[in-house]
Design a protein around this ligand. Structure first.
Ligand code: ZN
Length: 350
């Protein structure tokens, strides 16, 4: 496929010869769908729908992999009929992306945001039989999905959850109305516009030059250690959050820090994970764990962390069997930070 879809001016002596890349064309198309309800409704005609049930995506499991089924508008309307739901429910769907050929993708939750007509709706198990799949906990499935599917379903779940939680205006108490794409909600009584929000979270891999600090919260799966993480407080910069979190959680002071990458995380309420590397002040390496936030924290050598990365593709069962500790899975930004540190590709300012 060509990198550029040329939009050339055919007029003689035209100097504004323009080329828009596939990426730019796609982003402009998505923007149009977000801003124009009619255009969005037209896109539904040729679009594909991903289905959820109470925020759990519909998946089909074959062997050890998950497939993500999609439905056309006609299929969806027929399914809604079979499930005892109104065809109007299509308007509760949210736009989650599109292909390079501009096939728009939508997500619809079959039980969230639902009217009383749903009382007649089928049970979950009956829907699953009809759909030949199962509504699966996204937390459990996320790391077994292809990266593209994982990202798309994370976006979908986060948007569906946000809409479900913002049904009413926080000022007037009136029901808010979603636009067709689901990129905003508006209160009809005072015209306040609500946009979907994410909470910024900083995740920091702290190093003393030769070792890195890994910690675990009591909510982590057994044996898993990760980088330090915490929400940004109101008014803070990313740098201030890193310094405060490190001080609060392990009682250490940050010397240098460096942003590396970010990731959207749908749980519990949509976070923007901002990944950083940091070093401690020389000579200050004694950890004082804040037991209200962490269960444990320790320095790990390069060899220990490299070995943990190598064995990380084993199953959780093997991991919990006698192994000292294990690391977050590949798709998690913490894994990315740890891998960068092990491969010594971190460039911290001197
Ligand atoms: Zn209002």
């Amino acid at each position: 496929m060509s990198l550029y879809s040329g939009i050339a001016c055919r007029r003689k002596f035209c100097w504004s010869y323009r080329l828009l890349s596939t990426y730019v064309t796609k982003m402009r198309y998505l923007l149009e769908l977000k801003e124009d309800d009619d255009a969005c409704q037209r896109a539904q005609q040729t679009g594909a729908f991903y289905l959820f049930h109470n925020l759990a995506p519909l998946l089909q499991k074959s062997e050890h992999k998950y497939q993500v089924p999609r439905h056309s508008l006609a299929e969806l309307k027929s399914l809604l009929g079979k499930f005892g739901q109104d065809a109007q429910r299509v308007e509760d769907s949210v736009l989650i992306g599109c292909s390079e050929q501009h096939e728009a993708w939508f997500a619809l939750d079959l039980v969230l945001n639902s009217s009383s007509s749903l009382n007649a709706s089928l049970q979950k198990s009956e829907m699953e039989t009809e759909l030949q799949g199962s509504f699966t906990d996204l937390r459990k499935a996320l790391f077994q999905l292809k990266a593209k599917d994982a990202s798309l379903l994370s976006t979908a779940q986060a948007l569906l959850r946000w809409h479900d939680a913002h049904q009413f205006c926080s000022r007037s108490g009136h029901p808010t109305k979603k636009n067709m794409a689901g990129s905003k909600r508006v209160c009809p009584s005072n015209n306040i516009i609500y946009y979907p929000q994410m909470a910024p979270v900083v995740i920091t891999l702290l190093s003393d030059g030769t070792r890195c600090l890994l910690a675990r919260q009591s909510s982590f799966p057994k044996g898993m250690y990760s980088a330090l993480a915490g929400f940004c407080d109101m008014g803070e910069s990313v740098e201030e959050t890193v310094r405060r979190e490190v001080a609060e959680e392990v009682g250490l002071e940050v010397e240098t820090l460096h942003y590396t990458a970010s990731q959207h995380w749908p749980f519990p309420n949509s976070s923007l994970m901002i990944g950083c590397h940091a070093t401690v002040k020389p000579g200050q390496t004694e950890i004082r764990v804040n037991s209200r936030e962490l269960e444990a924290a320790a320095w790990f050598s390069h060899e220990e962390v490299a070995a943990a990365l190598r064995r990380n593709n084993r199953t959780a069962q093997q991991q919990s069997r006698g192994l000292p500790f294990w690391l977050p899975p590949k798709l998690a930004i913490a894994h990315h930070l740890i891998k960068e540190w092990v491969e010594n590709t971190v460039c911290l300012p001197a």
